[in-house]
Design a protein around this ligand. Structure first.
Ligand code: ADP
Length: 473
């Protein structure tokens, strides 16, 4: 069993080229020989007709013409044709049409029969025997022998190939050799080209195999050279893209693990510190102390819930209780849930007049969670006296739900990243302990689990607008 692709390709090329060259040689040989044969036959026939005409002209009849055109196997007569009705007029030895073919002798009549003007065979050949009567139909297929404008006989072809002269034989032998050399040359070139092409094809594959092996051993930063724009080039480009994506995902996973560890450690450190102080009676067991411990435990619990939601969404295992949800109800519910907090912060929370919109198809609890995350952020980044507005519109692609605030806005550099996990924009800003950097990532995952999408429009100092695109039923 051949295991090398190069060898397989080279062999395939070789076999195909041998078959191709052999077929071409056979066809070329056959067609050359056929054409050459018919050329020789035509030429011999013209000569035969000319010879016959000369004979008739010299003798005035066909008497004794047999001796002039002896059938195959018999030596041509060395005697000049008999005088016949014109004994005094011996025909001159006819001039050769082709010196090579006939020399000083007329061609032997092995391929042609001669019939006189009455339809009787005077020179036999093939199926035509002397004295046979030839039908008018057959005569019509022959070539007439004309003397002084009168048809004095007809030359019929027997279909037998004319005998070849040594020069003609040599010509055909040379053609044979030339075809053989051409076929061998073509096969050799095909073999070389096959090897070259096989190497061109397999070289990038070897490179890809080596890079894949390195990746499987954990070295994800692998790049292969894209050498062409064909399928192999596309494969190499796709491989590079895949390895870059894997390396990026690996880096993101490491970063996320570090972020999770960090975010879990902060509240745990607080809880541990307070618990130790209480145990050692360094701290009095007051309401405030227990409240702090409770708040930190709750934060921890939220964080773990968020991480679980994200991992379920990633695995596609988030259970969504789909039903028809009226946009107006969704917005009223989110506004009601956050109105008290907004009032405390001195922020106006309002729901814009929402026309009668068709219901969206989704899980009301999860959609409320999305709006909750958006409005929590809006309240966090909107100063006192600001405004948060909920609204909804119908568009050709479904329902757009908007949460707009008049807050700080988001820096253009942060905008592409704010939906990433653990991304917290603007480090210089005073960061809240409660910020996990997961709120928008969760909102995005939940909306996508509904078959929708989420985007943001924001300008620093002017506020932000988050738009959730949802499908109607
Ligand atoms: P966080 O817990 O930090 O709020 P999010 O995923 O909810 O995490 O938000 C990511 C970042 O996006 C925030 O750190 C903040 O910089 C920015 N951001 C989100 N919503 C707003 C908003 N309404 N106005 C200004 N910045 C926002």
């Amino acid at each position: 069993m051949i295991r090398s692709l190069t060898l397989k390709l080279a062999l395939a090329f070789l076999v195909v080229s041998i078959i191709g060259a052999a077929l071409a040689a056979i066809l070329a040989r056959w067609s050359t020989f056929t054409e050459f044969g018919s050329l020789v036959l035509d030429q011999a026939q013209s000569e035969f007709v000319a010879e016959a005409a000369t004979y008739y002209q010299a003798t005035g009849s066909w008497a004794g013409v047999m001796g002039y055109f002896p059938p195959r196997g018999l030596a041509p007569s060395s005697q000049p044709p008999p005088g016949g009705e014109h004994p005094g007029q011996l025909p001159p030895v006819p001039p050769p049409v082709d010196g090579n073919r006939t020399g000083m002798q007329p061609p032997p009549s092995f391929a042609f029969a001669l019939v006189d003007q009455n339809g009787y065979v005077v020179v036999p050949a093939g199926p035509y025997r002397v004295g046979d009567y030839v039908s008018a139909d057959e005569l019509a297929r022959g070539v007439g022998v004309e003397v002084d404008g009168q048809v004095v006989g007809t030359v019929l072809t027997t279909g037998e190939p004319p005998e070849l002269t040594p020069r003609e034989e040599l010509f055909l032998t040379r053609i044979n050799w030339a075809l053989l050399y051409a076929a061998l040359g073509a096969t050799l070139i095909a073999l070389l080209l096959g090897l070259l092409l096989a190497r061109t094809l397999t070289h990038p594959l070897h490179e890809l195999t080596a890079a894949s092996r390195s990746m499987s051993q954990g070295d994800l930063e692998q790049r292969v050279t894209v050498r062409s724009r064909d399928e192999l080039g596309e494969l190499a480009a796709a491989f590079n893209q895949m390895s870059a994506e894997l390396a990026r995902a690996n880096q993101a996973r490491r970063q996320m693990t570090a972020d999770i560890a960090h975010d879990l450690r902060t509240p745990l450190t607080v809880i541990k510190g307070y618990a130790e102080a209480l145990r050692d009676e360094d701290l009095p067991p007051t309401f405030a102390t227990f409240e702090t411990i409770f708040q930190e435990a709750e934060h921890l619990s939220h964080l773990i819930d968020d991480l679980r939601t994200l991992s379920l969404a990633d695995a596609g295992e988030l259970t969504l209780n789909f039903q028809a949800v009226t946009p107006r109800d969704l917005l009223d519910r989110a506004a009601a849930a956050h109105r008290a907090q907004a009032e405390q912060l001195g922020i106006t929370l309002q729901v814009d007049a929402v026309p009668d919109l068709p219901p969206v198809w989704g899980d009301p609890e999860r959609l409320a969670q999305v709006l909750g995350n958006l409005v929590s952020n809006a309240m966090r980044y909107t100063p006192q006296g600001g405004r948060i507005t909920f609204s909804a519109r119908q568009h050709a692609d479904g329902i757009h739900i908007m949460v707009q605030d008049t807050g700080t806005g988001i820096a253009p550099a942060d905008l592409p990243h704010i939906f990433n996990r653990f991304y917290r924009g603007d480090d210089s800003r005073e960061t809240d302990e409660r910020e996990s950097g997961l709120g928008l990532a969760i909102a995005k995952s939940l909306v996508e689990a509904h078959g929708g999408s989420i985007s943001v429009f924001s300008a620093l100092g002017e506020g932000s607008t988050f738009v959730v695109y949802l499908n109607t039923r």
